[in-house]
Design a protein around this ligand. Structure first.
Ligand code: GLP
Length: 259
């Protein structure tokens, strides 16, 4: 089962996960980070700015989870732009070492296989940051995604397009297709860290952590992973049946174990 850590705020979550990432980079300067977009990971990236002061990040590598298909990479809401703006530039990472799936239509037929090859060539992802959609998707693996899936093109659900419309002028501007690491790809990362905040995510979190393992709730795939950490605030934890047990377990955890 995933370790669930219930924190008091987004900032506390950001500090906890940033400390883990900073320690990873200090131990392994060419660490491979799995980067997520959306609003959820932002407190982690913000906290990392302070934590990485004085740490050599010149060798750090990174792979984003997903990208829209057919959206100009220069568009402010392409995940290439978001990763550049929120992660690469503020943390001073080498842009050449940070990859995002290529959503260009002209090369889309082999973009998934190309991305898988690049991740494999890097030796796999050390720590994968994940958010979760209200319908339980991780990356852009919408309900029904195979647990064995690899990086490929998916069709976004209307729910996801509506959720993401806030980043665009209108819902009509939200692409219908995306390219996303598969659940099988994500499960190969050595450590998964899923974050969720707010009541709107409570059901998806409860289903992912405590519900049945099912492709209908892609986030439940984390139950298959030997080292998965779920960091949630009280609101996102509010539907977890075993919340008191998670609190007790974390409070009594030896400090040296980290997350
Ligand atoms: C998008 C991203 C996911 C993210 C999800 C939740 O669909 N592809 O990686 O987890 O949104 O977004 P937010 O964190 O903004 O709630």
């Amino acid at each position: 089962m995933a370790e669930v850590v219930i924190v008091e705020s987004k900032d506390a979550a950001g500090a906890l996960v940033a400390a883990e990432i900073a320690a990873l980079i200090e131990n392994r300067p060419d660490a491979v980070l799995g980067l997520a977009t959306g609003s959820t990971p932002l407190p982690v990236y913000q906290a990392l700015r302070g934590r990485l002061d004085g740490v050599d990040v010149s060798q750090v590598r990174g792979f984003a989870l997903d990208e829209y298909v057919g959206l100009d990479p220069a568009h402010a809401e392409s995940y290439r732009s978001v990763i550049t703006r929120e992660v690469v530039e503020p943390l001073g990472l080498d842009p050449q070492r940070i990859q995002v799936p290529n959503g260009a239509e002209a090369t889309i037929q082999h973009a998934g296989a190309d991305y898988e090859a690049a991740i494999a060539a890097a030796g796999g992802v050390d720590l994968q940051i994940l958010g979760i959609g209200t319908d339980g998707h991780i990356g852009f693996n919408e309900p029904g995604s195979s647990f064995a899936s690899r990086t490929r093109v998916k069709t976004l659900t209307e729910q996801t397009r509506e959720d993401n419309a806030r980043f665009f002028d209108s819902i009509d501007d939200v692409p219908r297709h995306c390219i996303t690491q598969g659940l099988g790809t994500i499960l190969q990362a050595r450590h998964l860290v899923l974050l969720a905040f707010g009541e709107g995510k409570a059901q998806a979190v409860a289903d992912a952590v405590e519900g049945p393992l099912t492709a209908s709730l892609p986030g439940s795939a984390i139950q298959l992973h030997p080292h998965a950490t779920v960091v949630v605030d009280e609101a996102a934890a509010s539907k977890l049946k075993l919340a008191d047990y998670y609190r007790y377990t974390y409070a009594n955890k030896p400090a040296w174990q980290g997350i």
